[in-house]
Ligand binder design. Structure first.
Ligand code: F6P
Length: 325
């Protein structure tokens, strides 16, 4: 059997560990061959791929990004381009695809499963941790730690100058990553898409923290809430009315959060996901992805993931507010 592996959408730390495990586990079976498509689904359209053996994945487990590279391929949304892709996959005699990516990639995976004769296993790869059905997605821990370290540094300046900082972080329209970053950094406030607060109320909360004697205030802002620049524009004049000495600064962490060496957790999760993906292929379990449920790795239908939206545990917001006194 021939397996095609690819990484698609936003890269996430740990993807290399997953590819490595797919290739090296497959190596245990004499009838399995693995090729890697370059730049995700685009690699199928351009027939750009490399043969992968146990040596091609040497020295990759500790590296961030994805050595197979990635892309967001809008042409895959078009039925006609997908037909071209299926033709290529059949020409290359691909029986299975291992697709490592987020919600967009899983949507493409589901189309492949339902429209073609190619079988698919999904591995979660996104720093957003926003895939329904799984407690964890590959790369989340690294992104959380990277942002935490960055905010620890910002806090030094915030304290030294007694400033108010808004730190915009990634996570799309799902608030878990910003919320966990805020919890891990002991930030005073988190602004997430699921829980909007009127701007005058945000200003009042910040002022109250200052009145209570806090030297500085850190607000973690989800990119899905609004941009830090927009918030600054609205918030600054209101804050100045409370105290003209208030100094508001903004930092946008952006892609710093997505890169870097994966944490031990992401290396292990990527490894176990890749190994399990081959197990599913051997057992002919088409259309599943590797999920974490009750802290155990198990397969769940890709269909379940794409037809449902992951919900946030709002209680964590209360915990943050309770502790930021
Ligand atoms: O899905 C991962 C993610 O990093 C999101 O948090 C962010 O909104 C998006 O990708 C950014 O995508 P791009 O790198 O294509 O700008």
């Amino acid at each position: 059997m021939r397996i095609g592996v690819l990484t698609s959408g936003g890269d996430s730390p740990g993807m290399n560990a997953a590819i490595r495990a797919v290739v090296r586990t497959a190596n245990d079976y004499p009838n399995l061959e693995v090729i890697g498509f370059i730049k995700g689904l685009r690699g199928i359209l351009y027939k750009e791929f490399i043969y992968l053996n146990e040596r091609s994945v040497s020295g990759t487990i500790e590296k961030g990004g994805t050595f197979l590279q990635s892309s967001r391929e809008p042409r895959f949304l078009d039925y006609n381009y997908r037909q071209i892709a299926y033709q290529v996959l059949n020409e290359l005699e691909i029986d299975w695809l291992v697709i490592i990516g987020g919600n967009g990639s899983f949507n493409a995976a589901y189309k492949i499963i339902t429209e073609s004769n190619i079988k698919v296993v999904g591995i979660t790869g996104t720093i957003d941790n926003d895939i329904y059905g799984t407690e964890y997605t590959l790369g989340y821990d690294t992104a959380l730690n990277t942002a935490t370290q960055a905010i620890d540094k910002i806090r030094d300046t915030a304290y030294s100058f007694g400033r108010i900082f808004i730190v915009e972080v990634m996570g799309r329209d799902y608030g878990l990553l910003p919320l966990d970053i805020a919890l891990a950094t002991g930030s005073e406030l988190v602004l997430i898409p699921e829980y909007k607060i009127p701007t005058p109320k945000i200003a009042e909360k910040i002022h109250q923290y200052k009145v209570k004697g806090k030297k500085h205030v850190i607000v973690v802002l989800s990119e899905g809430y609004c941009s830090a620049f927009e918030l600054e524009k609205e918030l600054n004049p209101i804050l100045k009315k409370y105290d003209s000495n208030y100094e508001l600064k903004i930092t946008v962490l952006g892609h710093i959060q997505r890169g870097g060496n994966p944490t031990a957790y992401d290396r292990i999760f990527g490894t176990l996901s890749g190994q399990k993906a081959i197990e599913l292929i051997i057992n002919n379990q088409n259309g599943f992805f590797i999920a974490l449920k009750n802290n155990k790795i198990e397969p769940l239908p890709i269909e379940l993931a794409i037809k449902n939206k992951k919900k946030l545990n709002h209680q964590l917001v209360n915990v943050l507010e309770q502790l930021a006194i």
